[in-house]
Design a protein around this ligand. Structure first.
Ligand SMILES: Nc1nc2c(ncn2[C@@H]2O[C@H](COP(=O)(O)OP(=O)(O)OP(=O)(O)O)[C@@H](O)[C@H]2O)c(=O)[nH]1
Ligand SMILES: [Mg+2]
Length: 391
């Protein structure tokens, strides 16, 4: 049932949210030369991709506006008796949303990235006009099929299994009001929310659809979601303190196993993600019995810092290597309730401190409490205090 719903939702997802678009670009053909008088044809126009000034432009709106998804520059003018040098064709500048990686569909090589309004990439050159050396015949412009691959640019990316409370947390921390429901895969498209601090500093949060075991293999469209955290500055792991079970057919995973599996999925997708600064929000602390389970989790994480061997899971993506006993090193752990607001103020403050790379002063940092800027890879040990802990 869950999977049927998921399939239907993903079909809807594909229609509503486009994060990859294939387009065809072609430089203009050159103009003909004039053999009798040795005239040279104009050069065809080039095709450029440029960062859009319009923040509302999305790949979906591009797709709707240009259903053919073809962008062809002007041809160069022919050489004529009264204009021996033909005029060059006009180049075209295709506006694309920010956060785009441009990939050549023929060889899957990255051509460039558009992340600022000032970014501009030449993707197709126009053909040269006809001249003596080409027997006055013009050249065609370069033809290319490209993928525009969108990766969200947000400061913070949420990572978690379905139903952990990511969207509830997004609505608690930011101005966004994403859909929240008690079934997995409520969020099917990435959602962005903005935290506005009293001094008008704004930080963007990206709530991503829940990952599933095997996300690195693109299960549950894992790739298309994982790619969005590549450009975030900070990862915020959200786990349900009482664990997670996708369906009665699936194995129950407690919070510690959830963390191991999430770490594993990230590692298998892109190992460098593990060195990103990250925080852990342990959610649903308002539910009865949470403090005891939380304490046990913290004890385990503390032991883990002392290198206990956690139970290992079979690696789904790389079956040769069967050890999976790694856990992301969190700069800090926050026991929270996204529903009631417990811990959200502290989390908001800490997010800002890490993003802005300020010296850490929060009372929620125990241990020696120094050197916790975003650039630091050092982590602190977890204390056994329920309301304040650091990993
Ligand atoms: N008791 C309690 N329930 C919570 C809390 N946070 C979220 N929930 C509930 O948990 C369920 C899932 O919440 P969501 O915010 O939709 O979870 P999600 O992680 O966004 O889930 P997906 O979009 O499916 O990945 C909902 O029924 C929420 O009301 C919390 O702090 N305490
Ligand atoms: Mg959600």
């Amino acid at each position: 049932m869950v999977f049927l719903t998921r399939t239907l939702l993903l079909r809807k997802y594909s229609k509503e949210f486009v994060d990859k678009l294939r387009i065809h670009v072609r430089g203009g053909t050159g103009g003909n030369g004039l053999p009798t008088l040795g005239g040279v044809g104009g050069r065809g126009g080039d095709v450029y991709l440029v960062g859009s000034q319009d923040p509302k432009l999305t790949l979906k709106s591009m797709k709707d506006r240009y259903p053919m998804k073809r962008f062809v520059a002007d041809t160069g003018q022919n050489s004529r008796k009264n204009a021996l040098s033909g005029l060059n064709g006009a180049s075209i500048y295709v506006q694309v949303p920010l956060g785009i990686t441009v990939i050549d569909a023929a060889n899957h090589k990255v051509i460039g990235e558009i992340s600022k309004k000032t970014d501009k990439i030449l993707v197709s050159r126009g053909g040269r006009g006809g001249m003596r050396s080409t027997m006055f015949r013009p050249k065609y412009g370069q033809r290319r099929n490209l993928y525009l691959d969108l990766k969200l640019i947000a400061d913070v990316g949420f990572v978690g299994f379905p139903n952990a409370g990511k969207s509830t947390l997004l609505s608690r921390l930011s101005n966004a009001s994403p859909k929240v429901a008690s079934y997995p895969f409520t969020t099917i498209t990435p959602q962005i929310g903005l935290i506005q601090y009293p001094d008008f500093r704004k930080i963007q949060l990206a709530d991503l659809p829940g990952l599933v075991e095997g996300a690195c293999l693109n299960k549950g469209r894992g790739h298309s979601f994982l790619k969005h955290i590549e450009r975030t500055k900070l990862l915020l792991f959200v786990v349900d303190i009482h664990g997670f079970q996708l369906s009665p057919k699936h194995q129950f995973r407690d919070a510690l196993e959830t963390l191991q599996l999430l770490t594993e999925e990230l590692k298998l997708y892109d190992e460098t993600l593990l060195s990103k600064p990250s925080l852990l929000a342990v959610n649903k602390m308002d539910l009865p019995g949470s403090e005891k389970v939380y304490q046990e989790l913290i004890d385990e994480l503390n032991k883990w810092e002392g290198k206990i061997i956690l139970p290992s899971f079979p690696k789904i993506c790389h079956p040769i290597d069967t050890e999976s006993n790694e856990i992301m090193k969190f700069k800090e752990v926050f026991p929270i309730s996204a529903q009631t607001g417990i811990g959200s103020q502290e989390l908001t403050t800490r997010i800002r401190e890490l993003i802005d790379n300020r010296t850490f002063t929060s009372k929620h940092m125990l241990g020696t409490g120094d050197n916790n800027g975003i650039s630091s890879t050092e982590t602190k040990h977890i204390t056994s205090n329920v309301s304040s802990s650091v990993h």
